[in-house]
Design a protein around this ligand. Structure first.
Ligand code: PAP
Length: 378
């Protein structure tokens, strides 16, 4: 089906929506009919998920559920994030308000299959890299990345469910790969209890903060960008966990503990180790994904080719990653290029004062006390 046909069909689906009686649901239906929501369905890679025909009753039920999630969320503790957007505290973690309906919805509607792979990260820990690598390993076609942004390789699952329309994940080709920032304890039971696998990529907190800080400057509607927050202020919020999916320490520890008790379920990777020895880590990923490299692939240099094509140096120079924006479904215009800053280990040294670094390290040590998790650039 051509892209134009798909968009046309979606338009018909949206405009033929019957408006139900509940005023709040009506409001959502009107919102769905807006241009912005049509744009939301315009990602050509996953659009089929929104294309499954649904009855009027199904659509109304989905809208009502979405409205109920929003009502539930409106009673949760509220704070501003270092991204200067509303955050809600849910099960011990801070989530951007706009994403929480997706998380609540996943608890009811996500049914993983044993072959599903979840790529989990705390934001700004190397998600883009992990997505590119998992896609290249899964498809054995790293060259597709020359024209496909890594974020178009696997749906960001909570974002996918955050709108008033449920996607149909059964249309995605198997084995499916999903990306998520959801902490382990907040994942739906269906993910934790099923034999599906999780790859977690962890990054040293100081570098994570610096990356988060730079990225947050571009996380706004272009016409409504607030004054950038000074870094010391942003760090204070980060330390309190007031950053999307924060606090970072508990996020990392939960996945670390699961990887120790269930190594077949959770593979725990570190950004710094991946930088130091990408080939070894690509092999670990492939084994864990059930797709180890054959002798022939090893001889043909497949591992090195995947590493090369997924490297920061290569991906950041590709046109597809340099132009365009994403995040329209969240009212944002995030430049595709903003996922590629410099990809360095230890870049915090350029941005944090000694005092700031000591403070962050002290928190890290206190939180990691009695845990065997360590960071490679300590
Ligand atoms: P996300 O969680 O919003 O998807 P994520 O990809 O985790 O973002 O974070 C971006 C970081 O990964 C950036 O780090 P920096 O700010 O310290 O530079 C980005 O440069 C880095 N990054 C992106 N692609 C790669 C890559 N191929 N190799 C290594 N690092 C990368």
């Amino acid at each position: 089906m051509s892209y134009q046909n798909i968009v046309h069909s979606i338009n018909i689906l949206v405009t033929s929506f019957t408006v139900p009686s509940n005023p709040k649901v009506q409001e959502e239906v009107r919102r769905m009919s807006s241009q912005k929501d049509k744009e939301m369905f315009s990602n050509p890679y996953f659009i089929d998920c929104y294309y499954t025909p649904k009855t009027k009753e199904q659509k109304e039920k989905e809208l009502r559920a979405h409205q109920e999630y929003k009502e539930e969320i409106s009673s949760l503790p509220l704070q501003q994030s270092l991204q200067q957007r509303p955050l809600r505290l849910y099960k011990g973690f801070w989530f951007h308000e706009i994403i929480l309906p997706g998380i609540l919805s996943l608890h009811h509607h996500l049914h993983p299959t044993p072959s599903d792979i979840f790529l989990a990260t705390f934001p700004k820990s190397g998600t883009t890299w992990l997505k590119a690598l998992a896609f290249a390993i899964g498809t054995r076609n790293p060259y597709a990345l020359l024209s496909r942004h890594p974020h178009d390789c696997s749906p960001f699952i909570e974002g996918f469910f955050s709108g008033p329309r449920l996607p149909d994940l059964d249309v995605l080709p198997s084995p499916r790969q999903f990306a998520t920032h959801i902490p382990y304890s907040v994942l739906p039971n269906s993910v934790r209890d099923s034999p599906c696998r999780i790859i977690y990529l962890c990054r040293e907190p100081k570098d994570t903060l610096v990356s988060t800080y730079h990225y947050s400057k571009g996380m706004h509607r272009p016409e409504a960008t607030p004054q950038p927050m000074p870094l010391p202020e942003a760090m204070e919020l980060f330390c309190k966990g007031l950053s999307m999916y924060g606090p970072v320490w508990e996020h990392q520890l939960e996945y670390w503990q699961e990887s120790q008790s269930q190594p077949d379920k959770v593979l725990f990777l570190k950004y710094e180790d991946m930088k130091a020895d990408p080939e070894a880590n690509v092999r670990r990923m492939a084994e864990f994904m059930g797709r180890p490299f054959s002798v022939e692939e090893e001889m043909n240099g497949m591992v090195g080719e995947i590493v090369r094509l997924c490297s920061f140096e290569k991906l950041s120079q590709l046109e597809v990653n340099k132009v365009g924006v994403r995040g329209k479904e969240f009212g944002l215009a995030i430049k595709n290029s903003s996922f590629f800053r410099n990809g360095k280990v230890g870049d915090w040294r350029e941005h944090l004062t000694e005092e700031m670094a000591e403070k962050l390290d002290a928190i890290t040590q206190a939180r990691m006390y009695q845990s065997s998790l360590t960071y490679s650039n300590d």
